[in-house]
Write a protein that binds this ligand. Sequence first.
Ligand code: FPP
Length: 246
Amino acid sequence: MDIIKDINRKALPKHVAIIMDGNGRWAKQKGMLRTFGHENGTKAVKRVVEASAELGIKNLTLYAFSTENWKRPKLEVETLMRLLVSSLKKEIKTLKDNRIKLCAIGSLKTLPAKVYSELLEVINATKQNSHMTLTLALSYGSREELINSVKEISIKVKNNIISPENIDESIINEHLYTQNLPDVDLLIRTSGEKRISNFLLWQIAYAELYFTNTLWPDFTKEHLYESIIEYQKRERRFGKTSEQLS
Ligand code: FPP
């Protein structure tokens, strides 16, 4: 079934963010270890990154590791970190071929040194690319991001760089990790869970939410196309009435 033709290329979401959930359950269903689910999750990452770049989506942000994920069993955390390093090494060519710029948001300094240095290397090697920005949220938590921004703004207020009455949305935006990204238009969460889980709380204020029962390792290009077709059917009113829009 060729559903890609049903997508209106002129009305693509400018920023798609994905909570890639269900790796553990996918593996369990197959009688395998959770880490097997994560390994297959990386294949879905590749499919979705390529499909997004092919479609012409300008910004894709993936929740790869939350601040809370550090509490998982040591073997699982180690596997996720290992998969990150190996995927970055393996996919640098894919990123270059598709002119994708890699970025990362989160408390990056808390990542193992090897992950951090590999990440910086790929970020640096792809920084000139402008076809699509792929942002990995790593050791990311939205409340932590907001706390950091409040701290930075407070210091500037204290030093008379910003006056409190001038604090507005754009000043907050400039102090978030996502300062170079537009607001999220479409947020996808796989695996049937209907939660936001501390992901981009400020940035999803007007996002369309798309929940699917598909587990992340099963997520294909067609699933991405379906989510965009559904997004394009929705009327985004940004607080206005239907009549005001038409
Ligand atoms: C959620 O599934 C998934 C994660 C916590 C990690 C996502 C990571 C990857 C897809 C692989 C590495 C990423 C990149 C960018 C190469 P879960 O473990 O919470 O699943 P469950 O809810 O079924 O237990």
